[in-house]
Design a protein around this ligand. Structure first.
Ligand SMILES: Nc1nc2c(ncn2[C@@H]2O[C@H](COP(=O)(O)OP(=O)(O)OP(=O)(O)O)[C@@H](O)[C@H]2O)c(=O)[nH]1
Ligand SMILES: [Mg+2]
Length: 256
């Protein structure tokens, strides 16, 4: 099996089964997506798995997305999905707890049995930790951190389930998922990624027109003073994922 094909861990298959089995027990699914790419970061098969169970769509990492685009996306998602509630949040900030609880109480009746679902690395576990008020589950800046289901039960009847991120192998080839760190990119793929990323960030972030120049300016040099290309590419991809180059939305709403 090639390196590329092998990135479809068994825990994702198990998670899909868990989602289907739990749908009738849950009050709702909290579907976390990346506010920078609300279409491609939605896992399409979830639509069938969640069945009739209500869903709250959380556009997370809104601190990294264009403010106007995110506002439009919230309206668009609510308009398209009957009975769907969409909320734009930043799980890195504490305010998310109040904001999401308000949406949950408005939309749903207790008991609150909620499962956090979505593609990898969008901030599902970070959100859950905020909602339960302490760091109960593991988070990290790379996809595939959560490996199995974990229930957190709180006084007052709140139950939260953290789940591993899921993607389909076909879906996972999209460059935007790699640019956002939703699926890992290989070192040799980063040249193509940076060629796509750089034009998007160059002007707004007032960067040199060549990404090689950016590497040079950072002092990413090899012996003899030539720019260390791979180091520069890696730093740009990582920087983009962390919002180093400012707010960038990769997908804007159309026809909604
Ligand atoms: N800038 C920013 N970063 C965030 C936000 N929420 C989460 N992160 C970061 O995104 C990374 C992934 O967070 P996790 O909570 O581990 O993501 P996950 O969806 O649980 O990932 P898997 O378990 O791998 O599926 C971490 O580095 C978080 O600190 C946010 O609102 N804004
Ligand atoms: Mg997680």
């Amino acid at each position: 099996m090639s390196k590329k094909q092998s990135w479809y861990p068994g825990h994702m298959v198990a998670t899909q089964r868990t989602i289907r089995e739990l749908a009738s027990y849950l009050t709702a699914f909290i579907e976390v997506i990346d506010a920078r790419a609300p279409l491609i970061s939605r896992h399409q098969p979830l639509e069938q798995w969640v069945g009739r169970t209500p869903r709250i769509v959380v556009l997370n990492k809104s601190d990294l997305a264009n403010v106007r685009a995110t506002k439009q996306w919230v309206e668009c998602i609510e308009r398209q999905g009957e009975g769907t509630v969409a909320v734009a949040v930043t799980s890195r900030n504490t305010g998310v707890k109040k904001q999401l609880e308000k949406a949950i109480r408005r939309f749903l009746n207790p008991p609150y049995r909620l499962a956090v679902v979505g593609v990898p690395n969008v901030g599902k576990s970070t959100l859950l930790n905020r909602m339960v008020g302490s760091n109960r589950v593991l988070t990290g800046a790379k996809p595939g951190i959560t490996r199995g289901p974990q229930w957190i039960r709180l006084p007052g009847g709140w139950e939260w389930l953290d789940l591993p991120g899921v993607v389909t192998p076909r879906h996972s080839r999209d460059w935007r998922l790699k640019a956002l760190g939703i699926v890992p990119s290989l070192a040799e793929e980063r040249f193509d990624l940076v060629e796509k990323i750089w034009p998007l960030v160059m002007e707004p972030a007032q960067l040199p027109s060549s990404w090689l120049q950016w590497g040079k300016d950072r002092g990413f040099l090899r012996t003899g003073g030539v720019v260390d290309e791979q180091r520069t590419l890696d730093a740009i991809v990582l920087g983009f994922q962390n919002g180093k180059f400012g707010r960038v939305t990769l997908e804007w709403p159309e026809d909604c």
